[in-house]
Design a binder for this molecule. Structure first.
Ligand code: URA
Length: 453
């Protein structure tokens, strides 16, 4: 271990940031190289992260940090004939967020190349990879040559991050977790955009969620993050836009890995819930517009809607499943019009329905409360790498803003333990708000588009 990288002294750099100064591009380069090569001590990295957390960074510093992190590992280069076509979306995470599953094949059906690199879930949020791993045979680890082949043949794939992509983020993220420095605008921006930059994207849309079940609870903080991501993404040469979307009630009617896959498949068969369809068409339409494949945002949204209705996105999804290891008869059956999804994905041992204790209008459904109960039942992990139970989940049997009668079943819980404890029952019942008047949650989820600038 050394205290310097070239001409740069780490204690001096930490002091400079701690006292509110600005780091030069060369100093940020030295810091990231020190992180990557482990020539800087963990205590020094932690101190620097805390200094950044407290003093922030000016846009130039955030851009330099993002660029240096991106260059700390492998950067994908795609065939020239794909120029302008390579797109992806990133979501800051929510409850019931299965948008990526129909979105990637819908974009592929519209002619895009989608090398979607996703993650496993942590805490209350589900991960796209966990959902896909509910499908027998689905393989998330694909070498880059195979990713290229799948993009050539199918147009989309959904894979895990390789060791080679942005190795500096791996170190920094672990230490941010350990030093209470996760919630920092420049650090979040650099972490997200460096990984997307390494994917060699032409266009990116970020779904920044706000609300009770989101990382950011209020709209203003979510908007600040969205603007930071859009600014840095565009300055890095990725056509980047963002959507601000409400994350209070679960997205769609299903929460939990296996049940969310079945809902995503229903959506690909043209039978998705309205709010899920809205998110997919908004994010997909935005990408088609930004990448120049649609003349307007509206025509982009219509193109995505069409491929969800006419089966073209479903065909791409089936091809992607087969290309990523799902046996062809299973992929075919999952994608056939009438199928029992639980024939292929293990169902939970028990299902319990809860009933409404009152009558009136469904004013609110607390997605966070439901996610916490499912987490206790084994659906989520508390630390990276923990095994999870893919079969645990919840299905909502009611809709926001609609009438409900006393005694009417409103939620079905899929669980492997023999009974739900009185505490879990009570936590779930508190998630349902019944009253009079209208629900302010029943309107559009997408509240704002942040344009590339
Ligand atoms: N997601 C990331 O990849 N990094 C962050 O810092 C936060 C969310």
């Amino acid at each position: 271990m050394s205290n310097t990288e070239g001409a740069h002294s780490f204690p001096d750099m930490i002091r400079q940031k701690r006292d509110g100064g600005q780091l030069s591009t060369e100093e940020i380069h030295a810091f990231v190289q020190g992180v990557k090569s482990a020539t800087i001590q963990e205590s020094q990295i932690g101190a620097m992260l805390m200094a950044i957390w407290q003093k922030g960074m000016v846009p130039e510093e955030t851009l330099a940090l993002t660029q240096e992190m991106m260059m700390s590992g492998e950067v994908f280069h795609w065939p020239e004939e794909w120029a302008g076509l390579v797109v992806d979306k990133h979501s800051t995470g929510g409850v019931g967020d299965k948008v990526s599953l129909p979105l990637a094949p819908a974009l592929a059906a519209c002619g895009c190349k989608v090398p979607m690199i996703s993650g496993h879930g942590l805490a209350h949020t589900g991960g796209t990879l966990d959902k896909l791993e509910s499908i027998p045979g689905f393989t998330i680890n694909q070498p880059v040559e195979q990713v290229k082949q799948i993009l050539q043949d199918v147009g989309c794939c959904i894979v895990g991050q390789t060791e080679a992509i942005v190795p500096a983020d791996r170190v920094l993220y672990t230490l941010r977790d350990a030093t209470a420095t996760v919630e920092s605008l420049p650090l979040i921006t650099a972490s997200i955009i460096s990984k997307k930059g390494a994917e060699g994207l032409n266009a990116l849309v970020v779904d920044v969620k706000f609300g009770r079940a989101a990382f950011y609870k209020d709209l203003n903080s979510a908007r600040a993050l969205a603007k930071s991501l859009v600014t840095v993404g565009n300055r890095l040469g990725i056509n980047t836009g963002a959507v601000l979307s409400r994350m209070d009630a679960p997205i769609g009617r299903c929460v939990g890995n296996t049940v969310e896959v079945s809902e995503a498949l229903e959506c690909l068969k043209g039978r998705g819930p309205d709010d899920l369809n809205e998110l997919i068409t908004s994010l997909g339409g935005y990408l088609l517009w930004m990448s120049g494949r649609s003349a307007t945002l509206e025509s982009g949204q219509n193109a995505i809607s069409n491929v969800l209705r006419n089966g073209m996105a479903l065909q791409k999804f089936q091809a992607m499943l087969e290309a990523q290891g799902v046996p062809a008869p299973v992929a075919r059956s999952l994608c056939s019009d009438q199928t029992d999804y639980f024939q292929h994905m293990r169902p939970a041992n028990y299902q319990t329905e809860l009933t409404a204790s009152d009558e009136g209008t469904v004013l609110d459904i607390d997605g966070m409360a439901i996610a916490l109960v499912l987490h206790k039942l084994g659906a989520g992990r508390s630390k990276a790498g923990q095994p999870i139970n893919h079969s645990v989940g919840a299905e909502l049997l009611i809709d926001l803003g609609k009438k409900i009668k006393k005694g009417q079943p409103w939620i079905r819980i899929h669980h492997d333990c023999t009974t739900l404890s009185p505490q879990l029952h009570s936590d779930l019942q508190k998630a349902l708000l019944i009253g009079s008047g209208d629900s302010d949650q029943a309107s559009s989820r997408v509240t704002e588009f942040i344009l590339p600038h």
